[in-house]
Design a protein around this ligand. Structure first.
Ligand code: NAP
Length: 289
């Protein structure tokens, strides 16, 4: 099976590396070419454009930042969608909104191609360890075709329903995850202002039912104020925005999500966008001028 992988950022580079380590021949492309070159020692072929990368591919994975980035790489100049061979399957692992997934599925179908949304839960470390959780929308037979590939990159696969449902579940996942983090960070700010040592707060609360499990995995970053990016803060804000926009379309209200979204925009504007999303703590702890 010929496979192409486009988008080799924090997540994509590690997912592609796991396919290569499992022995799958892979053609890769990334906007910044050095990230594609970095996979050559593992056996990857680096392509000069998205269109070149997908030539002859049976399956094409994308792992790009935003819906706009996916659309540019798929349908912009040198885009891959018109270059895919008839009947091939595009698996978009980027976090996007369900309407966008359905629109890309229609673009694919119009060209005799198949489409599956397969965003992931889990960050840099699970991506490296091949322990991501795929949230899939699309046809069961398409999922079965790529299941052995997903199993090289992940340890869990949820088939959420038809096209767009993987993206829907991913937005729900991140809406909960990001707001849990904000709540914990506000707890840290208050606790310390009231005189509780930071370490005591962690020791007393991490692992208790009130604190989401993933906060334990972020403890070192929060405790040491070490905000090198695992999940860039800017993409967390993007996900809250996509959730808010999807809620608008669906006619439901997400008041708290919209507040969290604006907290993350302010943190981004304060220069923290490329840091890990845990840097929202630095924003909440900043000294007012
Ligand atoms: N990091 C996580 O913990 C995590 C977990 C689950 C899901 N996700 C989602 O996975 C996706 C990728 O996240 P990431 O953390 O890997 O982000 P990242 O490290 O910032 O990588 C983003 C990728 O998108 C590419 N890109 C951005 N704009 C582009 C454009 N206009 N044209 C072409 N390529 C473009 C970047 O290319 P360059 O290298 O040239 O900039 C890079 O390959 C996002 O949708 C994110 O929300 C992330």
């Amino acid at each position: 099976m010929q496979i192409a992988f486009l988008g080799l950022g924090i997540m994509g580079s590690r997912m592609a590396a796991n396919l290569l380590k499992a022995g799958h021949p892979l053609t890769v492309w990334n906007r910044s070419a050095e990230k594609a070159e970095a996979l050559r020692p593992l056996g990857a072929q680096a392509a000069a454009s998205p269109a070149e990368a997908v030539r002859g591919a049976d399956v094409v994975f994308t792992m790009l930042s935003t819906p706009a980035a996916v659309e540019a790489v798929a349908l912009g100049e040198g885009g891959f969608l018109p270059a895919m061979q008839s009947g091939a399957l595009w698996v978009d692992c980027s976090t996007v909104d369900p309407d966008f997934s359905r629109r890309m599925a229609a673009e694919a179908a119009g060209r005799g191609l198949r489409f599956m949304d397969a965003p992931v839960a889990g960050s840099k470390a699970p991506a490296e360890a091949g322990k991501l959780r795929f949230l899939v929308g699309g046809k069961a037979e398409d999922l079965e075709q790529v299941r052995p590939l997903l199993e090289k990159m992940g340890s869990d696969i949820v088939h959420a329903g038809e096209t767009g449902m993987g993206s829907a579940l991913k937005l729900v996942n991140n809406l909960i995850m990001v707001q849990g983090l904000v709540a914990f960070c506000e707890g840290l700010v208050l606790g310390q202002a009231l005189g509780l040592p930071r370490t005591l707060i962690f020791d007393a609360l991490v692992g208790q039912a009130v604190v989401p499990g993933y906060i334990g995995g972020k403890r070192a970053k929060l405790e040491n104020q070490e905000y090198s990016p695992e999940f860039p803060l800017r993409w967390a804000q993007k996900d809250l925005h996509l959730a808010a926009a999807a809620a608008f379309e669906a006619g439901v209200a997400l008041p708290q999500t919209n507040i969290a979204k604006e907290i993350f925009r302010l943190a981004d504007r304060a220069g923290l966008g490329e840091k890990d999303l845990t840097a929202v703590l630095a924003f909440l702890e900043r000294d007012e001028e």
